[in-house]
Every structure is written in C-alpha cells, then in structure tokens.
Design a binder for this molecule. Sequence first.
Ligand code: A3P
Length: 344
Amino acid sequence: MSHDEELSAERLVKEDEWNVKFRKVDTSLNGNFKQHFPNCAEHGFVTSEPGGFFLMDEYSRHAEKLFRFKPRSDDVWVVTFPRCGTTWMQELVWMIMNDCDKIKAKAPLAVRSPFLELPYMLPLHATAPEIRNMMVTLEMIEEMPSPRIIKSHLPFYLLHPKLLDTCKVVYVARNPKDVIVSFFYHHRLFDFHYFDGDVEQFAQYFMDGEVMFSPFFPHILDAWSKRHHPNMLFLFYEDLKKDLRGEIEKIAKFLGKSLTEEQLTDLREHLRFDNFAKNESVNMEPAKQFGRFNPDGHFIRKGKTGDWKNHFSPEMNKRIDEWIETNLNGCADLKFVTQLEVQD
Ligand code: A3P
C-alpha cells in the first residue's frame, strides 16, 4: 500500500468513527427553563460534545444509529434547521421527482418523505399512538423504493459522513429573525414542546442555543461551507418567496429533471402559500384529531418574510442584530434577507 493509500484508508476509518458524546443539560431540568418548557423539560435535554447540539434526551440513545444510516446514491435529502421552509421544499422536491403526480401526492407527505430522526427524539408518551403508528422508522425507510426524499434537521456532522458524496442534498436556510418567530409558534402548536413565555424570552433561548436543534449558526454555516459541492444545492426561503417559479426551475435542473411549461405553472400554484396551507397532505391539520396539538395553531402558519417586525421591540431587534453580526463574523459572503418588497 502506498503512503497516500494508507492515509486515505486511515481517513476512511476516522470518518466512520462515532466520536460524539452527549451530556444532560442541568438547566433544562429545573428553574426558569422548566417553567418555560413545562412538558419537554420533564425528561430534559442533552447537548453534544463536540458541537453543542441541543435536543431531547431520547435522541442521544439513537444518535449513532442515525449517523450510520446509509444514504443511497439516488436519494434526495432535504436538510434544514427547523422552520426554514422544509415542508415546502419536501413537497417541491417530491413533486419534481415524481413527475408532478397529484394523485400520488394525496398521500401524507410524512409518509412520502420521511423525517429521519422523528421517531427517535420523542419519548413514547409525547405522541398520540395514532401518530406514532404513522411514523416512518429507519427500517421502513430502508424498505422504501427509490428515489427516496428524506427530511432531516440534523446538522451534517450528525448525519452519515458520506451523505454529500453519495446523493443530492437540498439545504434551505432562512433569516434567523423569521425563524425565531416561526419556531416560537411551533412551540405553541405542539403540546409536548409547549413554551410558556413570550416571543422575546423565546428569542433569548434561541440565541443561547437552548431550543431543540440549535445552535442555529453552526448548522447553517457548516452547510454554507459545503455549498460548492456538486451534490449540494444551498437555497434561501426568501428566494422562494421572491421567485418561486425560478427556484422550481433551478431545483429541477439540479435534480436532473425537466418540467413542461404546464407542469411548472401547475406546480407553482400547488406550492403557493394559500393552496399549500389548505392541502391536508402537507398541512398536518388532520393530526389535530388525535389531540396533543393546539387547535388554534397552524403548522403552515403565515408564510411571510418580515413577520419578525410584528414581534420584536427595537431593543430586542438590536440584540438579535448584534447576535447575528457576531456569528457571521468572518463570513461576509453569507447575507440574510429580512424583508422583501415583493413577495407572494
Ligand atoms: P411561518 O411560521 O413564518 O409561517 P418548516 O416546514 O421548515 O417547519 O417551515 C415552516 C415555515 O415555512 C412556516 O413559516 C410556514 O408557514 C412556511 N411555509 C410552509 N409552506 C409555505 C409556502 N407554501 N409558502 C410560504 N411559506 C411556507
């Protein structure tokens, strides 16, 4: 074996090693945290070393299995931080990969495009049995026919180390101010995640990396650093809001598909917020019948860029701006759009 071959063999072994440890976050078990997150704080959260990744402690028992889950070369993965437009992108990618088949698209999106870590992050009691029965386990994903469209909120280093070298990945980012607001309402929607505080208190937890799937910046910055990889398409929610049709064309090209004019027009209509919010295959409204959801909330909620302006005081906004600036230090080419003159 040559020296180079030895080195690359060594690298392969190393890349395959699972070196992530988890420790329980003490503050998540008591004090203000417990008051603010009364339901999910019951079991507490864990944080990873390295990375400080923050998730319910159930996940730590399955993290290595998820890391070792092998992608197929014809998979398409939609990887995002929560509330960045994941569901929208899953449907878009699924439609492109399935010849815009509206009949097949009537099946629940959660079944057509499984959420990789979902069955492995919630304790048993947190989901209604009817919903748990619908969850797609790793074994079931193994059995799915190609092409699989897989969703994950895990950062890259917690996914299979060869993911990007194996299959196409679409990453969607969104400006953090709207993500905070959207994630706040998400925590009001699900009983288990219920947040008993106001949006500014939530924003503080978010900036401190103490909400599930945080910290936000390492997630995005790691993906950003991979944006030139030929298997990676890095997109922004705000670009979809500005020019949905153009982004559909870009994504189709990346996936090696071409749509007819009619398909393009139809798909744009299918994905437009007003239609999407009414679409029971994607909007999660049917799950409300099983309880554990706030009947007044909506998963497909508002769909606007700039809703943060209706939620943050000037002082809070200034603190968030400072947090963004500190975290983007040294990454001048990544710019977030926080308002749009024209949007759908
Ligand atoms: P808001 O809460 O700001 O409305 P995710 O799927 O990653 O959880 O993202 C959810 C966010 O995407 C929500 O943001 C939701 O309304 C928005 N969204 C979902 N479908 C959309 C669509 N068709 N057009 C615009 N925004 C959409």
